[in-house]
Design a protein around this ligand. Structure first.
Ligand code: NDP
Length: 592
């Protein structure tokens, strides 16, 4: 609850501290996103190796045609394939880098992995599969199983090729088809291509001096090496382990490793906000009461709820337990209806609610973490949602264990790794195993492989002067190409909601082309321009992003062109835009 005695000066002081902490970090890393690398070649090649691949399949290069080709085999491809099949489009191919479907859930199998979005919302196609998740927050294993179930039920395994990475996608003007090359020397042709290769799919490593000299074992959190750790982490009992990073991955990894390892060092640059995780088994009575179509109904409600104009970002808190904070945000939003309250005043009210929430996070740390110095170091000093919030009942208590040590670098981070281990403050931490929980490249989906459209235009070249799309899905000059989860699309804490919305839209588009006997669909230049302006308009509303501590949410604090981000209008408006375009296809697209 809001502490009525808190003065305006209190909130100003906290804001000042937020700013100081942000400035400290920006000064350490003026290079922004360039501090990271995803180029896993040379010395770093080992970090890209797939530890889950049992045996490399042997197959001759493919030279064939499919009507619809997906780059990527995660949720985006799976749920869109199902919609296409329901519309009678069955000539589908899925090309996937991993050895199975699942995408993020194929790669991320670290101990403790689970999703922070309610399973009843996160797992797509629950109505179709007639499945009710076992718990309110699914484990990574349950989610991967769900992906596999979808693929089996809809015959998608037969349509997939695995261990295959698309390297180029080139438009063939003459044949009006896409020509794709892969790292397996395939030559695939497709009429429609859907970039479904993930918003957080490419692991990244902090560029730290001396990484290559480390003599212990190391891997990225999304390439967990169970051969080294043992399935139950039993091999870690005599090992000294280090984790670099304290984001959502580390928050789940740390408790498991803390229990298993001889010693654990957690190298922290910026703490995450850790709230309680209200986890429970699915109530069987509730499950029994569900009627057919229950998930679609829930989804519709979630879309309507997202219609929160200025406070949309805050509304995500509801998905993730922060009910008290959400109530405050909602109250502030309702004020929005009162035109007589100045906008600045409403923003200030929200800021105060946000600060109160973060002070609650601090109090919780003080209650749980016994050592004062460690507790203070674990306190995040930034507005809620500047960084991805985390939810765990085990993370903070891990620091009460005698074998767990927090190495707080106060914003600086680990900048050197000696052959024995990471160095900080003149001390080298000797490790047997170093786990990089340093995150992923964000939203580059659609631009990983070389995509060349009409008149030899490279998509990266087109985007060099600013991202230009319609709904983040279509881009002029690239007929029959669709991008899922990319820039200029809406953003939802529950990503599968967004993917389902886009997947439904893409299926409508493809179906429309086929039913009308067209060959291609491409967005009208004026529709694209209009969308770019919408994105710019909505990203110009507040300075929230610039005031945030650096992280992937704000591209490490870079001042981005306003068009090079998400559409920040409401998700419900985004949803409506897609429906309006589908109702009048000729208004937004041209067809040949
Ligand atoms: P993040 O990008 O969130 O975190 C990377 C971490 O590495 C940050 O704490 C960063 O510090 C730290 N770091 C980077 N370089 C250094 C360095 N040199 N020294 C010390 N620390 C360093 O990646 P995650 O993999 O944790 O999470 C990515 C996203 O994946 C999540 O935000 C979420 O969307 C998704 N995810 C979801 C989960 C769920 O639903 N439960 C679980 C896991 C991931 P700094 O903050 O200072 O930049």
């Amino acid at each position: 609850m809001r502490d009525k005695e808190k003065s305006e000066a209190f909130y100003d002081d906290v804001k000042k501290k937020f700013q100081e902490e942000r400035d400290l970090r920006l000064a350490y890393r003026p290079e922004g996103t360039a501090q990271y690398t995803s180029d896993f070649t040379g010395d770093l090649a080992g970090y890209a190796v797939d530890p889950f691949l049992k045996q490399q399949d042997v197959r001759a290069p493919l030279n064939d045609y499919s009507e619809v080709l997906f780059i990527g085999g995660g949720f985006a491809a799976l749920l869109t394939s199902v919609r296409l099949l329901q519309k009678g489009v069955s000539d589908i191919r899925i090309v996937e880098r991993g050895a199975d479907v699942g995408g993020a859930w194929y790669w991320n199998r670290y101990p403790g992995i689970a999703c922070d979005v309610l399973s009843y919302d996160y797992l797509p196609l629950l109505d179709e599969i007639e499945y009710i998740p076992a718990r309110n927050y699914s484990s990574g294993k349950e989610i991967l199983n769900h992906c596999q179930t979808i693929a089996r039920k809809y015959g998608l395994y037969e349509k997939a090729v695995f261990n295959t990475t698309v390297t180029e996608t080139v438009w063939n003007e003459e044949e009006q088809l896409w020509q794709l090359g892969t790292d397996r020397s395939d030559s695939m042709r497709a009429r429609f291509v859907i970039c479904a290769n993930g918003t957080l799919s490419q692991p990244k490593l902090s560029r730290i001096a001396g990484m290559g000299t480390f003599q212990g074992h190391s891997f990225h959190s999304s390439r967990w090496d169970y051969e080294y750790t043992g399935q139950e982490l039993e091999n870690l009992k005599d090992k000294v382990v280090g984790v670099i990073g304290t984001g959502a991955s580390a928050v789940q990894i740390v408790p498991a490793v803390a229990r298993a390892a001889k010693e654990l060092y957690v190298f922290q640059r910026t703490p995450s906000s850790i709230d309680i995780r209200a986890e429970q088994d699915t109530d069987p009575d509730w499950a029994d009461s569900l009627q057919a179509g229950w998930q679609a109904e829930r989804r519709q409600q979630a879309i309507e709820l997202s219609n929160m104009s200025l406070f949309q970002r805050m509304s995500t808190a509801q998905d993730v337990n922060s009910v008290d904070y959400f109530d405050k945000a909602k109250a502030a939003m309702e004020n929005d209806a009162h035109a007589d309250i100045p906008r600045e005043e409403k923003i200030r009210e929200l800021e105060k609610a946000n600060i109160d929430y973060m002070m609650g996070i601090h109090r919780h740390i003080d209650e749980v973490v016994e050592d004062r110095k460690t507790a203070d170091a674990l306190k995040p000093w930034y507005m809620f949602m500047c960084k991805r919030p985390c939810f765990s009942n085990d993370y903070l208590p891990s620091f009460n264990r005698p074998n767990v040590h927090l190495v707080d670098t106060h914003g600086k981070g680990i900048t050197r790794i000696a052959p024995e281990g990471p160095e900080y403050g003149g001390k080298i931490h000797r490790l047997d195993l170093l786990i990089y929980a340093t995150g992923f490249e964000i939203q580059k989906t659609g631009t990983y492989n070389r995509i060349v459209g009409e008149a030899g235009l490279d998509l990266n070249q087109k985007y060099a002067s600013g991202v230009r799309t319609l709904f983040g899905v279509h881009t002029h000059g690239f007929p029959n190409l669709f991008i899922m989860g990319g820039l200029q699309a809406s953003y939802q804490f529950n990503l599968t909601d967004m993917l389902q919305t886009q997947g439904d839209h893409i299926s409508e588009c493809i179906s429309h082309v086929k039913q009308n006997g067209y060959s291609t669909i491409t967005p009208r230049p004026e529709s694209e321009e209009n969308w770019v302006q919408q994105v710019i308009k909505h990203r110009g509303k507040t300075s929230y992003n610039e005031e945030c501590t650096p992280g992937y949410y704000n591209f490490e604090g870079a001042s981005m062109r306003r068009q090079d981000g998400n559409y920040n209008g409401t998700f419900s408006r985004y949803f409506q835009y897609l429906k309006e375009a589908e109702a009048d296809m000729g208004g937004s697209f041209s067809f040949t």
